[in-house]
Every structure is written in structure tokens, then in C-alpha cells.
Design a protein. Structure first.
Length: 275
């Protein structure tokens, strides 16, 4: 604190004590009030202004006394008075002007992509990524069905994250759960904790405890993708590409046997079935 600020604080304290003492002296206050009724506040000398105070019944703030005494400060402290209006600070948020209006309920914006993240998975990122790549690009319903029959330990983890992403998209952002697609499913490397690995003959080594994090991003399918899925479900006996197999991983149950797919009747009929 600078020396002139300390000096200003001392002066203000002395003025405040003098005003408090004037409150206690009722006789001096009555004489000063008669004198103030005869003369205007601007006509009084500076020594008499300190002895005059406003009404004792009304407790006014200290800055109003300084204003009547003619003491000016660098800040405008008349925010509570009727003469001036408070100046809003640019650092504070703007308050609602119309306080009578009811506040509208905030609704989360409708996003096209919603994600779910699971951290600190106690498994190698390479092993988790094998399962994540299996369902990447599938529909959410098909991905959950595929993970239920996958014999890998990471299948349960990926299933939970996809299920959480679908719940976030449905409840928080109002997306259609039947039209969701696993747009992204990627694994990041986590902490690799080092532990002691004990060997024979009093030897030891270092063992690493890997961890990873899984991120699943889901989105709604477009009209072109829905039309492609409908076309792939109808078409049969055609070799699908890798992307098409992800869109339609489970084909419809075929009614024709494997050995007669093209519908050709065999020339030889089994014995006992000839007409």
C-alpha cells in the first residue's frame, strides 16, 4: 500500500470518529440543527460542516456524509441512492431485465453426434481395440447383438460403453434409438503402471500393468444409409463388401437349402420319390 493511501485512510478514520462523537452530543446537535435551518449548507464554514450531521433517527451510509461535506472520491458510491443508477460491471453476467417473466426451461441442443467415454480400463488398448474395430460402423442394435456372442473379455466393456452412448443420445438429446449408428469407436492409451515381477533364483524384473480409455460416438443414420440397408436386406446371394457387412451383419434366414440356392431343380431325384 502506498504512503498516500495510508494517509487517506487515517484521515477518513478521524472524520468517522468525529461524526460518531457528534451523534452522542445531543445538545450540540440541537444547536447545529437550528443553525442549519437558518443558513444553507453551502454557506457554512468547513469547521461547522463537520459538526452538523443529518437526522439522528435515520442511519445514512458514510458515503452520503462525505457527499454532504464536499469530500469527493475516485469511485461513485451513489449506487443505492435515487439520484444515480448503478453501473453494471462488464465482468459480471447480465441479469434478467424483466424479473417478472418466468424462466424458460433450458433444453440441451440437439446434437448430431453423441459420445460416451470410459476411462481407466484395466486392459491392454490393443485387446480392447480388436473388439472396438469389430463393431465400428454397425448399427447400435446390431453392435449390441454382436457383442453378446463375442468370446472376448473386452466385449462386456465395449457393450457397456455403447449402451451408455445410446442412452445419452436418447434421453439427453432426443435422438431416435432405432436409427443410431456407431460412427466412431477408438481406444486411447492410459497409464502403464510398473510392478515388480519375481523370477526364480532370487531374480526379479519389471511388469507393466496397462490401462486404456474407450470412446464411442453414435449418430443418426442418413436417408441414403437407410435406403442402402433396406436394399442389402432384400438382396441375397451376393458377396458384400466390408462396409456393407457392417451395415447388415446378420442376413435374413434363408428358406432355400444351401445346395439349391439358385432354385435349379436337380435332374436326379432320390429313390422312392419318382412319380
Amino acid at each position: 500500500m502506498v504512503w498516500w493511501q495510508r494517509h487517506l485512510q487515517c484521515v477518513l478514520r478521524q472524520v468517522g470518529r468525529r461524526l460518531e462523537n457528534n451523534y452522542t452530543l445531543s445538545a450540540d446537535y440541537s444547536s447545529s440543527s437550528r443553525l442549519s435551518s437558518c443558513l444553507l449548507p453551502g454557506e457554512l464554514p468547513s469547521s461547522q460542516r463537520l459538526l452538523i450531521s443529518p437526522s439522528a433517527s435515520i442511519s445514512a451510509p458514510l458515503y452520503q456524509y462525505f457527499q454532504k461535506l464536499g469530500i469527493s472520491t475516485s469511485r461513485k458510491l451513489l449506487a443505492g441512492s435515487s439520484e444515480e443508477t448503478p453501473i453494471p460491471s462488464p465482468l459480471t453476467p447480465v441479469l434478467a431485465i424483466n424479473s417478472g417473466k418466468t424462466e424458460e426451461k433450458k433444453v440441451a441442443p440437439n446434437r448430431s453426434k453423441v459420445q460416451a467415454v470410459l476411462k481407466n480400463i484395466k486392459q491392454s488398448p490393443k485387446k480392447v481395440n480388436l473388439v472396438a474395430a469389430l463393431v465400428r460402423g454397425m448399427r447400435v442394435e446390431d453392435a449390441l447383438l454382436q457383442l453378446q456372442v463375442t468370446v472376448k473379455r473386452a466385449a462386456k466393456t465395449v457393450y457397456q460403453v455403447i449402451h451408455s452412448a445410446r442412452a445419452n443420445a436418447t434421453h439427453n438429446h432426443g435422438l431416435d434409438p432405432d436409427r443410431l449408428l456407431v460412427a466412431e469407436a477408438f481406444v486411447g492409451k492410459g497409464l502403464y503402471l510398473k510392478r515388480v515381477s519375481y523370477h526364480g533364483k532370487g531374480r526379479s524384473g519389471i511388469r507393466e500393468r496397462p490401462s486404456c480409455r474407450l470412446t464411442v460416438v453414435v449418430r443418426e443414420m442418413t436417408a441414403e444409409e437407410e435406403a442402402e440397408i433396406a436394399r442389402l436386406r432384400v438382396s441375397k446371394f451376393r458377396k458384400l463388401t466390408k462396409r456393407e457387412r457392417r451395415l447388415v451383419p446378420h442376413k435374413l434366414i434363408e428358406t432355400t437349402p444351401i445346395w439349391n440356392r439358385k432354385g435349379k431343380t436337380s435332374s436326379r431325384e432320390p429313390n422312392g420319390m419318382a412319380a
